[in-house]
Design a protein around this ligand. Sequence first.
Ligand code: MSP
Length: 507
Amino acid sequence: MSFYVTTPIFYGNGSPHLGHAYTTMAADVMARHMRQRGEDVFFLTGTDEHGEPIAEAAEREGITPQELVDRTSEEFREMVRKVDATNDFFIRTTDGGHVERVQELATRIYENGHVYKGTYEGWFCPRCADFKGSSEIGPDETCPIHEIPLTREEQENWFFRLSAFQEDLEKLYAENPDFVEPAFRGNEALSFIREGLQDVSISRSTISWGIPVPWDPEQVVYVWFDALFNYYTALGYAREGEDLTPVFWPASWHILAKDILKFHAVFWPAFLMAAGIEPPERMFVHGYLLMDEKKMSKSLGNVLDPFEVIDRYGADALRFYCFREVSFGQDGNISAPGFEARYDGELANDFGNLASRTLSMVARYRDSVVPEAEAEPALAADFEGFTDGIVADLDEAALGDALERCWVLVRRLNRYVEETKPWELAKSEDSEDVARLDSVLYGLVEGLGTVTAHLVPFLPESTTTLLAALGGGEAKLAPFGSRPGGYRVEQIEPLFPKVESGDGTGG
Ligand code: MSP
């Protein structure tokens, strides 16, 4: 089966911060997990490079928009690499392949009769690149997201007949109750639809930095129309000489944050329907990472620098922290002390120590060879249904639940060490104790290997090291007890070494 997951494409008017990394890491966890399940995976991320905000930012810097996005897209690419994301393609909306396809799609929608010329007047946020409806305007005509003044704008534009898609959209939601997850976000989108949809302007005449409207090259395509289609156009040119569209469309999951819900959950399926293309299967709308209760954003200046965290602690630690600390789908506070507490308590102590002590006990008591024994039934019982649970969690993008399911077992294994006291069994000559120690050690290694394999999507680097030490165990989602003993294991350096705390987390 094929699995296609996307992140939003990031605005090329700023630099990457933890919010962007968060979305990317989430999509990567899902992509890696599905690869473990043997699915044919395509994972897309990239940069959104047209529109007013980019043109304005370039002007402020005294460079061309192209120079600006050439630089910022590299920064985003670097961010993606640093968080250890395994994207299959990095799209830029300035790619010739994208531009060409957006023009084709716009023409198709125009020829299908869904576009007309009209005048638009309204309150506009240059950062959102969006006209605001009456319920989306903050005090004194400000943008509630960016906390900046809105501008009054009037434009002669090409309009998309969104209003004509009301019924089709309601039907889409009725027939696909899990189209938008979590459900409360779907309800939000649906009530927006039910309130009555207004047509949307899909071109701009006031700027030139964008894709020319094919039938009216004086205008450029509205940046959101251009951007949303990235999810579709990329499949057409990501692999030279190959069209991946039939393999991967419709997308399995779009991952995004709540600020762009309306575009994805209302506009996007309507644009696709107008072009005669199937809507995506599902989208997952996560919350914001907050610092001091405020959304982290460059414009508010309260960012935790993912690059610094990764340089000090590694990408695994950041990936783990984000999905462990904040329930995926909700807003949540993050902080440098919170990060350090999880790193020390859960990665270094719970997981890192379990790995070290297990490997060193096998070395000490059994000359590094895992006993050919069976695990004790009480331990085996606690692993029952583990893989199915993880699969079910990740099918619903419940990243935190999957991590918790792993941690329950990490803790169980540590308790098992305390309960069985292998160091005492090792002192005994009694054949029952010798056999029990075999079984205990086998159970520990097998349990550690099983949890580790399931943690690969979250902790790709440290699990690779650990699986190699566990005799080259594969990252397969195999059930507990399926790998017979008899193989050698190796000692490793601490997976999550203590780091002197400092200002590295930017808190
Ligand atoms: N370019 C548009 C998306 C177009 S998709 C067709 C855009 N770009 S963005 O760079 O501003 O933000 C993209 C995404 O980054 C958000 O949807 C969200 O997934 C993520 N985040 C940015 N700040 C965030 C937080 N503070 N917290 C969590 N994620 C946030 O919107």
